[in-house]
Design a protein around this ligand. Structure first.
Ligand SMILES: O=P(O)(O)OC[C@H]1O[C@H](O)[C@H](O)[C@@H](O)[C@@H]1O
Length: 297
C-alpha cells in the first residue's frame, strides 16, 4: 500500500510530491544544480538531470510503475542480497527492498544539495526474520550521492549483500569505454569464467560481469554526449557491469528491444563473496557518488 505522504518534508519550490501513476507517488526535487525524481516504491531514483545536461540516469520507456515490481532503469536498491538468493530459489531476485514502499522520514535543503532520507520498515516483511533498520540518504546537487545504511538491531548476526544498481544514460553502447577496472579479476557470468580485464571495457555483445576486490572509481567515457560520468563508491568491494544486448533485451518485457544501445549498468555492489556479516548493533554503509563531467568537443 502506498505510504502516507507527510507534508512536513516538503520544501517550497524545491521538493514536492507527484504521482507517476495512480497509487505510485514520487518525490520531485529541483534546485540550482539539478533535478531528480525518486519513487517512494523501492526508494527508486528514476532520474537525475544536472542543469544544462542530458539525463545521467536511464529509465526505460517501457518501465512499469506499479507496486511489487521494480522499475527497469534508474537506481534499484538491491537488498539484502544481490541477484538470486544464495540458498532459496523461491526468494525474489535482488532481494525485496526494491519491491516495497518506503517512507520519507527527513528532508533538508542546503546551498549545495537537497537531501532526503527514506526508510524501509523491514519488520513487516514476512520473508525477513531479522531486526534491521534500512535507510537510504540521497543528495541531489552537482553530483548525486546515495548512502544505503543497514543497522542490525537484533541479537543474532545478519548477512547483508546487495547493490546500488545504477543504469546510466549513454549516447551509444558501441562508442563508450569504461576505465578504472583494468587488471581487475572478474567473473564473466555470460560464459561462467574468471578473467582479468585487459585495457578499458568496450561493448559489442552481452556483458554481465562481477569485478572482484574492486573499490576503485569507474569512469564512463561518452564522446557522443561529450562527457565523462565518474562513479565513486565505498562499502563495496565488487562492481557489476551489465548490458543485456539484443536477445536478452527481447526477453525483458519492460525494456524496449533497442534500448540497450542507450544504457550501461555500473553497480556499486556487495555481490558473491563480498557480503557483510553484521554483528548485533553493527552497521554497514554502501555508498555511491555520481558526477557528470562535460568534456570539450
Ligand atoms: O532483471 P533484474 O532482476 O532487474 O536484473 C537485471 C540484472 O541485474 C544485474 O546486473 C545482474 O548482474 C544481471 O544478471 C541481471 O540480469
Amino acid at each position: 500500500m502506498a505510504p502516507t505522504l507527510s507534508k512536513k518534508h516538503l520544501i517550497p519550490f524545491e521538493l514536492w510530491y507527484e504521482d507517476f501513476a495512480p497509487g505510485y507517488p514520487t518525490i520531485r526535487i529541483s534546485n540550482d544544480h539539478a533535478s531528480a525524481t525518486i519513487a517512494l516504491h523501492g526508494a527508486h531514483l528514476i532520474d537525475f538531470i544536472p542543469r544544462d545536461q542530458e539525463p545521467v540516469i536511464f529509465t526505460s520507456h517501457d518501465a512499469l510503475f506499479t507496486e511489487g515490481k521494480a522499475v527497469r532503469g534508474g537506481i534499484p536498491v538491491c537488498w539484502p542480497w544481490f541477484n538470486a538468493h544464495p540458498s532459496d530459489s523461491t526468494m525474489p531476485s535482488h532481494g525485496f527492498a526494491r519491491n516495497r514502499f518506503w517512507q520519507l522520514v527527513e528532508s533538508r535543503s542546503t546551498e549545495e544539495f537537497t537531501e532526503i532520507i527514506l526508510q524501509l520498515d523491514t519488520q513487516s516483511v514476512d520473508i525477513w526474520k531479522f531486526d534491521t533498520t534500512l535507510t537510504l540518504t540521497i543528495k541531489v546537487g552537482k553530483s548525486l550521492s546515495l548512502e544505503l545504511k543497514t543497522t542490525n538491531n537484533g541479537s543474532t548476526p545478519v548477512t547483508i549483500g546487495g547493490a546500488l544498481h545504477s543504469y546510466f544514460y549513454i549516447s551509444d553502447i558501441q562508442q563508450i569505454t569504461l576505465t578504472g577496472l583494468e587488471k581487475t579479476t572478474y567473473l564473466d557470468t555470460v560464459v561462467g569464467e574468471e578473467k582479468i580485464q585487459v585495457g578499458p571495457i568496450r561493448f559489442d555483445s552481452e556483458v554481465d560481469s562481477v569485478y572482484l576486490k574492486s573499490d576503485q572509481p569507474v569512469e564512463i567515457h561518452d564522446p557522443g554526449f561529450q562527457r565523462t560520468i565518474l562513479i565513486e563508491k565505498s562499502g563495496s568491494l565488487s562492481t557489476v557491469i551489465w548490458n543485456p544486448w539484443t536477445e536478452k533485451s527481447q526477453k525483458l518485457a519492460d525494456l524496449g528491444d533497442d534500448e540497450f544501445h542507450n544504457f550501461v549498468c555500473v553497480e556499486a555492489a556487495n555481490a558473491l563473496e563480498d557480503v557483510y556479516i553484521l554483528a548485533p548493533a553493527a552497521e554497514h554503509c554502501l555508498t555511491t557518488t555520481i558526477s557528470s563531467i562535460p568534456t570539450s568537443a
